[in-house]
Design a protein around this ligand. Structure first.
Ligand code: TXA
Ligand code: MG
Length: 323
C-alpha cells in the first residue's frame, strides 16, 4: 500500500488509471475515507466486498461528481430529493432511490434501490470526474469496525492491500445521513448524521415531514448488525465523575475519552474531546482508535447529553457499545 503523493494532477492520474483498470483506491471524503471502486467494473465491486469481508448482500453507496448524474443512476426522483440535493450537495446526505439499469445488482446487493451521494471533497470530485463513472465506496474499514477519518487509519485497516489518496483529516468525521426516498410523499431517516432531521424538515418547510427515524439504521439493508462501528476493546459509557470513579475501581488500565474538565491522574490513558458536537464527531473515531492502540484493557467514553444536536454521535456510540 502506498499513500499516493505528488501534485494534485499526478495523484488524480495515478488513482484514475488504477480505478479504470478495476483496482481499488481509498479516497477521502468529507465524512470518512471510502474504499473506492469503479461501478462500471464488476470485478472491482467484488474486490470491495472481499477486502472489507463484507457480506455481498450488503449494498454500497455510489458517489457522483455532479448533481445531475442523479437522473442517470436513479429513477422516480421525488421533488423533495431535488430540494434537498440542491441545498445539501455536495455534502453528507445519501438518498436511497430506485436504481436505473446503469447500476448493477452487484453494487446494490441485489436490491432494486441504490444509495447515492455527491461528496464534498475536491479530490474525490475530481477523481470521479476523471474516471467518468461513479465510485462505489463503503467506509474504508473492515466490516463492523470503526470508519477511518485519516489516511493512517486506512493503512491500519488494510496494510498493503490498497493505495490511499491523502486528503487530510475528514472534516465531518462520521458517516453521511441516509434517507430512504423511495416514497414520493415522505422520507425516512435510516442513518442519522450531521445533517439532522430538523435540518431536513427546515429545508423542506416541514412539507414532507419525516414519519419515522429508524434507530437501527440497517433495517432495510440486509446482512447488517446492531453492533457496528466498534473498537476492538470493550467500550463502556459513563455520564458523571461518580460513574467514572466506579469504573476505575472495577477495571484496570482504562482509556478515558471525556469532554468534561475532570482532573485525571494518568494523561497517557486519557483523551479530551471537544463538547462541541461538530468537533466531537470529527474526532470521535480517532479517539476510539487511540484507545484501541493504547495499552489499556478497556475504553470508557463520557456520553454526550441526550440532545438532538448529539443524536448522530449517540447513534454511533450506542452501536459501538452494542446496546
Ligand atoms: O459517509 C458515508 O456515507 C461514507 C462515505 C465513504 O461516503 N460511506 C459509508 O458507506 O458509510 P457504508 O457502506 O459504510 O455504509 C452505507 C450504508 C450501509 O449501512 C448500507 O447498508 C446502506 O448504506 N445502504 C446502501 N445501499 C442501500 C440500499 N440500497 N438500501 C438500503 N440501505 C443501503
Ligand atoms: Mg461503514
Amino acid at each position: 500500500m502506498t499513500i499516493l503523493t505528488g501534485n494534485t494532477n499526478e495523484i488524480i492520474e495515478q488513482a484514475r488509471s488504477k480505478l479504470c483498470a478495476g483496482e481499488l483506491v481509498a479516497i477521502p471524503t468529507e465524512t470518512v475515507y471510502g474504499l473506492g471502486g469503479n461501478i462500471a467494473i464488476d470485478n472491482a465491486i467484488k474486490k470491495i466486498y472481499e477486502l472489507k469481508n463484507r457480506p455481498n448482500n450488503h449494498p454500497l453507496i455510489i458517489h457522483i461528481a455532479s448533481a445531475e448524474d442523479l437522473y442517470i443512476y436513479a429513477t422516480q426522483i421525488p421533488k423533495y430529493v431535488e430540494i434537498l440535493a440542491k441545498k445539501f450537495w455536495p455534502g453528507p446526505l445519501t438518498f436511497i432511490l430506485p436504481k436505473s439499469d446503469k447500476v448493477s445488482l452487484l453494487v446494490t446487493g441485489c436490491q432494486n434501490t441504490v444509495a447515492i451521494r455527491m461528496p464534498n471533497h475536491e479530490l474525490a470530485l475530481e477523481l470521479i470526474k476523471a474516471v467518468g463513472h461513479p465510485l462505489a465506496a463503503p467506509s474504508a474499514n473492515k466490516f463492523m469496525s470503526i470508519s477511518p477519518t485519516r489516511p493512517e487509519h486506512v493503512i491500519a485497516e488494510f496494510n498493503n492491500a490498497v493505495d490511499v489518496i491523502d486528503g487530510g483529516i475528514c472534516n465531518i468525521g462520521i458517516e453521511s445521513t441516509i434517507i430512504d426516498a423511495t416514497s414520493l410523499d415522505y422520507y425516512k431517516v435510516l442513518r442519522p448524521g450531521i445533517i439532522s432531521v430538523e435540518d431536513l424538515n427546515e429545508a423542506l418547510d416541514n412539507k414532507y415531514s419525516d414519519k419515522l427515524v429508524i434507530d437501527k439504521n440497517d433495517i432495510i439493508a440486509p446482512g447488517s448488525h446492531k453492533k457496528h462501528y466498534s473498537p476492538q476493546k470493550k467500550l463502556i459509557r459513563f455520564n458523571s465523575k461518580e460513574e467514572l470513579d466506579s469504573l476505575l475501581d472495577k477495571y484496570n488500565n482504562v482509556y478515558i475519552i471525556h469532554y468534561s474538565d475532570f482532573v485525571l491522574l494518568d494523561k497517557e490513558l486519557s483523551y479530551q474531546i471537544s463538547s462541541n458536537p461538530y468537533e466531537f464527531a470529527k474526532d470521535l473515531y480517532h479517539a476510539l482508535r487511540l484507545g484501541d492502540n493504547s495499552f489499556s484493557e478497556t475504553i470508557a467514553i463520557e456520553f454526550p447529553p441526550n440532545e438532538s444536536k448529539y443524536s448522530a454521535i449517540i447513534d454511533r456510540l450506542k452501536r459501538s457499545i452494542g446496546s
